[in-house]
Design a protein around this ligand. Sequence first.
Ligand code: ACO
Length: 401
Amino acid sequence: VVDIRKLYAKTGMFTYDPGFTSTASCESALTYIDGDQGVLLHRGYPIGELAEHSSFMEVSYLLLNGELPSEDELDKFTYTISRHTMLHEQLSTFYRGFRRDAHPMAVMCGVVGALSAFYHDSTDITDPRQRMIASHRLIAKMPTIAAMAYKYSVGQPFLYPKNDLSYTGNFLRMTFGVPAEEYEIHPAVEKAMDRIFILHADHEQNASTSTVRLAGSSGANPFACIAAGIACLWGPAHGGANEAALNMLREIGTPDKIPEYIARAKDKNDPFRLMGFGHRVYKNYDPRATVMQKTVREVFDALKVDDPLFETALRLEEIALRDDYFIEKKLFPNVDFYSGVILSAIGFPTTMFTVLFALARTVGWVAQWNEMISDPEQKIGRPRQLYTGPTERPYVPLDAR
Ligand code: ACO
């Protein structure tokens, strides 16, 4: 009988790192995070500056091409993206196959996967030009796909893209507009939405991006790889946290209930966690949460709304940040803590929150996928394991068991 542990000893050194807490899976020049200092840079530019001064189209160009665009480059890029916003008409039939009450993330996952059956002319991944066309298609079609998922869930007719609008304006119109009626895009909402997209554009090797890279490492179809990323993003420990955070705030309701929930979050016998709190990499304030908190105030002022949940969120943050448990474990609000409050004020149901995250993260996914495929050192991702099952043993015939 072979002792498997002795076999491991023969195959050299293994690192066992569940959750990859200290293992780099790749080299990347896209995004830098200093979790201790709360720093996030895209191609060297601080996220706060990008959120303040640039647009989602600029950030998309930056992530894909490595440099901020000139005015002319930005115009060309925006025009190219606007040329790819339509979905094949047959896909609207595909939507109708889903249950009316399907979660929009389930719909998005299915529709993006199905795109792999529609675009045979942009899937030769060895050709950089085809890779870029697939990337542009994905960035351009995500708002249409997301808006259609929403329209389907509320039983309203789909709206075609209107390509003279901005990327974000077009998305808002396809989501909230109705046929034969003018939809007035609120400039403050458009700006806030665009900023939210910037904040979600990329975040180095998070679970969904690693999923896209792993799927792509086998040479799989790019649309299928992004569908895999969407599936991974959906979980409440990742992109699903924005939905979970708002549900939690609603459950807490008023500030007087906060101590009860803080106590539950600290109780190791209770699986409850403060959603929108804590991060694998940030052991300081998530810089995206700072921008998000500021954006809540701007949206509330512009729309003249005053949701008491924002007060509850601010108070919860204040109490948690003074609590020894959160201080010791370095748990701070992350990007998802405040985003739900804004998205809800804009009019999105909670089920759409993670869909919006996926829409924006698509640019990061395709940029990372391109970077991986163009790396001459690229190999199929193939983690090993530490086997803990039985050692080799003889087969026992059925009648002898
Ligand atoms: N509330 C209460 N306790 C928490 C929380 C929280 N939100 N987050 C972590 N902890 C505690 C854990 O119980 C653990 O305690 P222990 O050391 O006594 O066992 C310790 O802090 C470390 O937590 P881990 O789960 O080991 O940390 P990890 O890096 O694996 O997880 C994660 C990070 C998943 C984000 C976690 O903080 C969490 O579940 N947060 C809530 C969900 C959330 O907001 N996710 C969004 C992340 S950002 C994004 O994906 C966009």
